[in-house]
Design a protein around this ligand. Structure first.
Ligand SMILES: [Mg+2]
Length: 296
């Protein structure tokens, strides 16, 4: 395989990770921790840049980086290694906003990474159907842009380590497929629907594909969910709808996603990872990039 091809794969993954981290850090600004909901609503509507000098990224980016390290090492998802890297990232900084399930699971995986096989399916009696496997996966999809089926398969493998429920896995497949298609200039919601396993995530995406792009973003979030329930089927359809609405404009995609509020770091991480995979982060205001916590 020509080295230039591999370099292009890695460049796509890098663009996506940069977009994901920017979305994550930008989206996190709109939580109540930083400002009251009414003020956040007004500032998003006015497109006013968050005033904090440093925009820290959260668990979405921490887990995305762990996944990229495994892919850099092995060229594919090696699940035991991934379990260890997720646990190490968690242990390095537990205050990155991880959900309840990860606080239960990841300390156990630090001791015995291979135990994900028994522990992940036991989370929440049937495995997590949360959005955690989707929020971290766009750079994987970008990297495997040349083979969308392979991207889907690898997305499912990385999901299983923490999110064993079929809906948690389907959310990850949908986002990886969207990112792979975005790099190819072929991202449509209909194509993502066609490649997502049956279930509530695919149903939500099919509904998203019917929402016209001249619909206000907050209204689309009302129809599709905004991640407030932290489920994949409540998160992925809206995040991919905004990404599909603004495929060439990362800044516009992130503002539109923020209008949905809800689990806004994660919806913005997903939209940012997909749009960033195609266009990178160079189009956003330079001040945004200066404020975002570095990835090194
Ligand atoms: Mg987060």
């Amino acid at each position: 395989m020509a080295s230039t091809t591999v370099e292009a794969d890695l460049a796509a993954a890098h663009r996506s990770l940069e977009g994901l981290a920017l979305g994550d850090a930008f989206g996190e600004r709109w939580f109540r921790l930083f400002r009251e909901p009414r003020q956040a609503y007004n500032e998003v509507r006015a497109r006013r840049m968050p005033p904090e000098p440093v925009w820290n990224w959260t668990d979405d980016t921490a887990m995305a980086r762990a996944l990229q390290r495994v892919l850099d090492e092995h060229g594919e998802v090696e699940q035991d290694r991934l379990a260890l890297f997720f646990a190490l990232a968690f242990d390095a900084d537990r205050a990155r906003g991880y959900g309840h399930g990860m606080h239960m699971l990841l300390p156990e995986l630090l001791i015995s990474p291979g135990d994900w096989r028994t522990l992940a399916p036991q989370l929440f009696e049937g495995g997590s159907l949360g959005n955690g496997a989707a929020m971290r996966v766009a750079p994987l999809g970008a990297r495997f842009r040349r083979d969308v089926d392979h991207a889907a398969e690898q997305a499912a493998l990385q999901a299983e380590v923490t999110h064993a429920h079929p809906a948690g896995i389907a959310g990850a497949v949908a986002v990886a497929v969207a990112a792979a298609l975005a790099v190819r200039g072929a991202f449509t919601l209909d194509e993502v629907v066609a490649r997502t396993p049956a279930g509530p995530v695919r149903d939500g995406l099919a509904r998203a594909a019917e929402v016209p792009f001249d619909t206000e973003a907050w209204r689309a979030a009302d129809l599709l969910g905004n991640g407030q329930r932290i489920r994949a089927d409540d998160t992925v359809p809206f995040a991919l709808w905004t990404a599909a609405r603004h495929p060439d404009d990362l800044e516009a995609a992130l503002w539109a996603t923020a209008e949905g509020f809800g689990d806004v770091d994660t919806t913005c991480a997903i939209a940012g990872g997909v749009v960033g995979a195609a266009v990178g982060v160079d189009g956003v205001p330079a001040e945004w990039l200066r404020r975002r916590e570095p990835l090194n």
